[in-house]
Design a protein around this ligand. Structure first.
Ligand code: PEP
Length: 229
């Protein structure tokens, strides 16, 4: 099975020119690694520029989405808008959105439903079991199966202090009790040194990567390290 590596650029880089450079380097650098699916989630305004990604092996994703299709919702972006810009994935419920924008599990639930309805693959960020249970409330099995989960301990995000492999492995088995065959990613200070252990020892199927995704050499190295058997 292919590993899934998702780059979350967050509110970076600061110019379109840099975004193009970053995207092109990554696209070129990962093209020969066959058993890894690479997804880049840039800020919304950069989506059209990297939209030609569909021509390469790299896929696109949104960093967030709104649950309504249209209307008087200033600042929001609908699932169809993301779809039109060739997004295949969308990150939902990132801890930065929960913390800084007061996103609740109920909002996350609506976003998940709206994304699935239009055919986007949601990447649901979670830290604890209750976030999964509330996030997927009312879901039928068929839709639940399509959700990619990302275990992201908040204290490991952007701190340079990743979760220990032992704890990550424990959390993986815990989530697996209700997840069945869903893809489960790890996120939190992943780098080229620790990536392989999260896959080989802690049994994750890929990563959600923030900081290291802005450094093309490091990001490509992560993809390379996990693509070897
Ligand atoms: C993230 O923001 O989802 C994340 C995992 O960030 P970092 O890789 O920088 O810890």
């Amino acid at each position: 099975m292919k590993s899934l590596i998702v780059a979350n650029w967050k509110c970076n880089p600061t110019s379109l020119a840099e975004a193009k450079r970053l995207f092109n380097s990554v696209e070129k650098g990962v093209k020969d690694f066959k058993n890894v699916e690479v997804v880049i989630c840039p800020p919304f305004p950069y989506l059209p520029m990297v939209g030609m990604a569909s021509r390469s092996g790299v896929k696109l994703g949104g960093q967030d989405v709104f649950w309504e299709e249209k209307g008087a919702f200033t600042g929001e972006v609908s699932p169809k808008m993301l779809k039109d810009f060739e997004c295949k994935y969308v990150i939902i419920g990132h801890s930065e959105r929960r913390r800084n924008f007061k996103e609740t599990d109920e909002m996350v639930n609506k976003k998940l439903k709206a994304a699935l309805k239009i055919g986007l693959r949601p990447i649901l960020c979670i830290e604890k079991m209750s976030q999964i249970k509330k996030g997927i409330k009312g879901f039928i099995k068929k839709d639940f199966k399509k959700i990619v989960f990302a275990y992201e301990p908040v204290w490991a995000i952007g701190t340079g202090k990743p979760c220990s492999i032992e704890k990550a492995k424990k959390m993986n088995s815990l989530f697996r009790k209700i997840m069945n065959k869903n893809v489960l990613l790890y996120g939190g200070s992943v780098n080229s040194q620790n990536a392989r252990d999260f896959i080989k020892k802690a049994k994750f199927q890929g990563f959600l990567i923030g900081g290291a995704s802005l450094n093309p050499q490091e990001f490509i190295k992560i993809v390379k390290n996990i693509s070897k058997d």
